[in-house]
Design a protein around this ligand. Structure first.
Ligand SMILES: [Zn+2]
Length: 440
């Protein structure tokens, strides 16, 4: 296999793919799916398109294996979040190469990974790899709006097509700033789940010139202040314990944990060193609450008789919704507050921290990135992995892009880009991953 040539083709393919605007909403994934289909057709590989609505398609292609094991799914999403060209250095849908990077909305999240998976899949087909299981390339619609018209729809309508022993998806990156000089591959084996709440409080309306202290906001505001002042206790789950254990081999402040492996020591070190002051770390060691929307009042001189607040809560996979609701009610301290769960995202158990698959991923990391450190990790956000994990299918999220912590803000932010070298190396990495996990 001429990896250089294949890497070059991957870069060209990504540039073209980024030029297809699949902003969600509305999605418009069909042209993206057809583009991927054209590449597969050029290789003589069959594929199927699944339409969830007009202009919204997902694509599935399969390399047949001997059936000793159930399939490996290479999962990616076609849609991207909106981008305002005015704020970007390079137009988000131009797919241009500059300074060694391919620029565009989706370069990292996650058309770049989609193309790396596609080219690794094509390489496996060209090589005529002997496979002990099918390899499925699956590009889906709608991830950025919750995945209901993409991954979840496919799992509900075509479960037989999506049977698998293993799914590789987005979720983690290789960060360059955690251990200086070494890419730190975060392999997401778990994620938090969204638990969105609507609070409603009624009060007595009236004229703004005669405050009664009984208006809806007179009750709502102090209750919210009480809630925001309270915090869920720290809870470092097995995934994050494994993460800190890997980090502790390199971070002096964590050496005591490296030496005694005790959770108590770890919790003390996280507290003492104020690690949870970093929002990204705080989010993965506790349930979080973010007050993001408030509705009340129609006019400045009218006391509102009703107020609403919306809370974006993100719960650890171990947290039971009912327990969390009891905590919220207590923290609000107002028995007349109505609390409704208006969106309970699919809660999914973590995928195994140990075993054949994660070992194979770590081997492929070491083979392709000699200095690399790797570790399990829990995502604070959501991905399509949850639908598979909830059905008992192990899912690991890893995009082999080497990023500084500052680069992470480009994801869903401005000037999203991926290094040309990362795309080239990523194709080979994913090919090795196929070899490692699908050997007969
Ligand atoms: Zn994504």
């Amino acid at each position: 296999m001429d990896w250089d040539k294949l890497g070059y083709d991957a870069v060209e393919t990504l540039c073209e793919y980024l030029r297809i605007d699949t902003t969600n909403p509305p999605g418009n994934e069909a042209p993206g799916a057809e583009f991927l289909g054209d590449v597969l057709r050029g290789e003589g590989i069959e594929f199927r398109l699944y339409e969830s609505a007009l202009g919204r398609s997902s694509l599935l292609a399969r390399l047949r294996g001997s059936g000793e094991g159930r399939p490996l799914i290479l999962l990616n999403h076609i849609d991207v979040v909106p981008a305002n060209p005015e704020n970007w250095q390079i137009h988000p849908f131009s797919g241009e190469i500059a300074d060694g990077f391919i620029w565009g909305r989706g370069a990292l999240d996650m058309k770049g990974m989609g193309v790396m998976e596609l080219m690794a899949f094509i390489a496996a087909a060209r090589e005529g790899l002997e496979l002990g299981r099918d390899v499925v390339f699956l590009a889906v619609a709608d991830e950025e709006a919750g995945g209901y018209s993409g991954a979840r729809m496919l799992l509900e309508k075509h479960p037989e097509e999506l049977e698998a022993d293993l799914v590789i998806n987005e979720g983690g990156y290789a960060t360059m700033d955690l251990v200086p000089g070494k890419p730190f591959f975060m392999i997401a084996n778990a994620e938090k789940y969204g638990y969105w709440l609507r609070l409603r409080r009624r009060g007595i309306g009236g004229h703004g010139s005669m405050p009664t202290g009984q208006g809806a906001l007179d009750h709502m505001v102090p209750a919210l202040a009480r809630l925001l002042a309270s915090k869920r206790p720290m809870s470092i789950n097995p995934t994050m314990q494994a993460f800190f254990a890997r980090l502790a081999e390199h971070w002096e402040i964590l050496f005591p944990y490296r030496d005694d492996g005790s959770l108590e020591t770890l919790e003390r070190l996280v507290e003492e060193n104020n690690l949870a002051a970093l929002p990204a770390l705080s989010a993965v060691v506790r349930d979080t609450v973010s007050l993001n929307m408030l509705n009340a009042g129609v006019k400045i001189n009218v006391i509102p008789d009703e107020a609403e607040a919306f809370l974006d809560c993100r719960l650890l996979p171990e947290t039971e919704g009912d327990d969390f609701l009891a905590y919220i009610r207590e923290a609000l301290g107002d028995p007349d507050m109505e609390v409704d769960v208006f969106m309970d995202m699919e809660r999914a158990p973590a995928s195994p921290l140990e075993g054949l698959f994660i070992a194979a991923i770590e081997r492929a990391v070491r083979a392709n990135y000699p200095d690399a450190v790797s570790s399990p990790f829990m995502l604070s956000g959501l991905s399509d992995s949850r639908f598979f994990r909830a059905r008992g299918i192990p899912c690991y999220g890893i995009i082999p892009a080497r990023l500084g912590l500052a680069d992470l803000t480009r994801i869903h932010g401005v000037d999203e880009r991926i290094a040309v070298q990362d795309v080239k190396d990523g194709v080979k990495f994913l090919y090795d991953l196929i070899v490692e996990t699908c050997r007969p």
